[in-house]
Design a protein around this ligand. Structure first.
Ligand SMILES: Nc1ncnc2c1ncn2[C@@H]1O[C@H](COP(=O)(O)OP(=O)(O)OP(=O)(O)O)[C@@H](O)[C@H]1O
Ligand SMILES: [Mg+2]
Length: 494
């Protein structure tokens, strides 16, 4: 049916040690395996059988192969894999649908196992088959990790060291690659989907998996210990504000305040460290945008999932191999302004586009939002200022601050605490300028009170007692002032 293996031969070549001359497939496999099968050598219990010692301690659930496998397992897998690669025609295999391709691989692997006299139980064979199919058809050892929805990040630091983040905790897995060559092939396969390649000449690349997961690849000589892959898994079921309340990331009253801030078209900056939940929070806030509004999103890799009917999604583009064709975030934000947006949402502000976003916020695109890396709301505002200064705008500091305070209404701080949990730690509003100093005022803060016996941080979200935040008038304009007053009261008495 396909490839080298089946050309001009009966499809049902006997998989068991049939009389050799009558089984061309087996003969070919044998040739590839490099071991002439003794004509009628009975398979079972031959003392010379390759001792695989494949048994892995606990019975593995193939979907959760994060446990350690024995050296022997990898040796056997590598022998069988090499034999398989020599037997099949990969290009033809790629044209089959995954199910048929898997069936083909299953047939051949079963033959190789029998010819090589590998002693294996059925479940071990199945696990091996899964592994091999993943290598040939997908992302190899990464597949079981990519299939798990509970994993937030996968971090591969060379062939023998794979870490994952689950529920805020980073841990090492037993997953490993055959060698850095195999890992490099997988990196290549990932980046080829966005028309790129990684090699010594261009050792850094951002890419995306077909499911939307965000990938960064950096390879030697820059990554000293082998190809290094970082994957931020894409969650199909994005967290909602109600989930954040459920996880204790924000209190119910705090969530209500956030909802009002989102609905009354305040201009919002979400600040936080890497992986602190900025994009997730931004996404939850977009749920409160009115369905009639025209929203334009600008991102480096499309992660946001807006539910509104009138959304235009834009994505930046890195330069191609010749170094041309780049479209920056600034290009996108500037272009956005000519697209008649009502709100502009910038996935991550990190350069001169800060200026254009602020201009947009100041010119009638109320309710625009963006995220940036900073550890406190104050730091977020000063980072914004330095982005503008470094972007080459020669404006006096005071003017830049005036633009910032006129544009930004609220800064929401996200944090990943030391126990791995993610919290909204501050909701802060920008009050104005006093002299040259930007004045801010916290509306809600997360107070850490201690930790329980499992090391989990205990704390409370508490309103600071501000009766009438600056966005009160806005809330009133949208008929939300009663709800705001109620939410502030609740948050204060929490
Ligand atoms: N409040 C939360 N509770 C539990 N998990 C969360 C929470 N917020 C975000 N996450 C998870 O944490 C991971 C990182 O979240 P997210 O992508 O929003 O972070 P980020 O700050 O935007 O990261 P980066 O700096 O890399 O862009 C995701 O897998 C997300 O599902
Ligand atoms: Mg993000």
């Amino acid at each position: 049916m396909f490839g080298k293996r089946s050309q001009g031969e009966a499809p049902s070549a006997a998989p068991t040690p049939a009389p050799a001359p009558a089984a061309p497939t087996a003969a070919r496999v044998q040739a590839a395996v490099g071991k002439a099968a003794a004509p009628a050598a009975p398979r079972p219990a031959a003392p010379s059988a390759v001792n695989t010692n494949v048994r892995t301690p606990p019975a593995p659930d193939p979907s959760e192969q994060t446990e350690y496998r024995s050296e022997a397992y990898y040796r056997v897998k590598s022998t069988i894999f090499n034999a398989l690669i020599e037997t099949i025609d990969l290009t033809q295999l790629a044209q089959l649908d995954p199910e048929s391709a898997r069936d083909e691989i299953r047939d051949i692997v079963a033959e190789i196992i029998s010819i090589k006299n590998v002693v294996m139980s059925i479940s071990e064979q199945e696990a091996l088959l899964d592994d091999i199919c993943n290598d040939v058809l997908g992302y190899g050892p990464l597949e079981p990790l990519l299939a798990r929805d509970d994993i937030a990040d996968v971090m591969v630091n060379g062939a023998n060291s794979v870490f994952i983040e689950v529920a805020g905790k980073i841990s090492k897995t037993g997953i490993r690659f055959r060698d850095n060559g195999q890992l490099m092939n997988i990196c290549q396969r990932i980046v080829s989907q966005v028309g790129r390649r990684v090699d010594e000449a261009s050792p850094i690349c951002d890419a995306r998996l077909p499911d939307g997961s965000r990938v960064n690849v950096i390879v030697p000589p820059l990554a000293i210990d082998g190809p290094t892959l970082t994957i931020r898994k894409f969650r199909k079921d994005k967290l909602k504000l109600s989930n954040l309340v459920e996880y204790g990331s924000i209190s119910p009253a705090g969530a209500k305040i956030l909802q009002i801030i989102g609905a009354c078209r305040a201009n919002i900056l979400i600040s936080g460290g890497t992986g602190s939940g900025k994009t997730t929070l931004l996404n939850t806030l977009t749920a409160f945008i009115d369905p009639t509004e025209r929203v334009i999103t600008c991102e480096d890799a499309a992660e946001l999932q807006l539910q509104q009917p009138h959304v235009v999604r834009l994505e930046t583009r890195p330069p191609n191999l010749e170094g041309s064709g780049q479209v920056t975030m600034r290009d996108l934000v500037k272009n956005c302004l000519r697209m008649r947006p009502e709100r502009i949402i910038v996935g991550e502000v990190r350069g001169s586009e800060a200026f254009d976003l602020l201009q947009a916020m100041n010119t009638g695109h109320d309710g625009s939002m963006g995220t940036l890396h900073a550890n406190t709301p104050r730091e977020a505002l000063s980072r914004l200022e330095s982005m503008i200064t470094m972007g080459g705008f020669s404006l006096p500091p005071k003017t830049i601050r005036e633009i910032i305070v006129a544009a930004v209404d609220v800064v929401i701080q996200a944090a990943r605490l030391r126990d791995g949990s993610r919290r909204i730690t501050q909701i802060t509003e920008v009050m104005g300028l006093e002299g040259e100093t930007v004045i801010t005022q916290d509306i809600l803060v997360y107070e850490i009170q201690g930790e329980d016996q499992n090391g989990r941080i205990l704390g409370k979200h508490r309103a600071t007692g501000v009766g009438r935040p600056r966005f009160w008038e806005r809330a009133r304009y949208f008929g939300l002032e009663k709800e705001l007053a109620q939410a502030l009261d609740e948050a204060e008495n929490a």
